[in-house]
Design a protein around this ligand. Structure first.
Ligand code: URA
Length: 205
């Protein structure tokens, strides 16, 4: 699903701009993630409760059912966590780290720390740039291996190749993006994209 609300489109444009500095970049990633979370959580089940207002008893609704888990893929995924936690402060956060094996280019797990009850949670994997899709697909595979059953993937910008990879490997996982770009370059960067999200978030090179 492409979440193309005008506010999100505007902020994505600012994010892409190479003149946008680290502080603003970080703020924009958090804001876009928060705006996207509004749509990503649209299907959360609710139940009716009664609340006493100063005037009378109101029949009203609260979120019920599964609790949420946010799973940022290290390291750029971290930039999306705080924005979403502002909307769902009770969500647990697990972390997944992968690196690309230089010879095979296959993603290899180097870190995985998850809430103990992943099988009972609705998990939202955070991978800002869905490029080849290899890391996201591997991260989702790691979650499934630990018993996770309800997983969504949220990316800011995706390449068609990344969407195809994750959809093929994990057809049960809904993918939410703010923009789908043209292609990957020979280094695996999204074109036009926004460059290296991790470097722009953390001021590294
Ligand atoms: N990771 C990034 O940070 N940017 C890309 O364009 C692709 C992967």
């Amino acid at each position: 699903m492409i979440i193309d609300h005008p506010l999100i489109q505007h902020k994505i444009s600012l994010l892409r701009d190479k003149r946008t500095g680290q502080k603003e970049f970080r703020e924009l990633v958090a804001e876009i993630a928060m705006l996207m979370a509004y749509e990503v959580t649209r299907d959360l089940p609710t139940k009716e409760v009664e609340v006493e207002t100063p005037i009378a008893v109101a029949k009203t609704r609260v979120i019920s059912g599964k609790k949420l888990g946010l799973i940022p893929v290290l390291r750029a995924g971290l930039g999306m966590v705080d924005g979403i936690l502002r909307l769902v402060p009770a969500a647990y956060v697990g972390h997944v780290g992968l690196y690309r094996e230089p010879k095979t280019l296959e993603p290899v797990e180097y870190y995985c720390k998850l809430p103990t009850d992943v099988s009972e949670r609705e998990l939202i994997v955070l991978e800002p740039m869905l490029a080849t899709g290899g890391s996201a697909a591997a991260a989702i595979g790691m979650l499934k291996a630990k018993g996770a059953q309800h997983i969504k993937l949220v990316s800011l910008i995706a390449a068609p190749e990344g969407i195809a990879c994750v959809s093929k490997t994990h057809p049960d996982v809904d993918i939410f993006v703010a923009a789908v770009d043209e292609k990957l370059d020979y280094n695996g960067y999204i074109v036009p994209g926004l460059g290296d999200a991790g470097d722009r978030l953390y001021g590294t090179k």
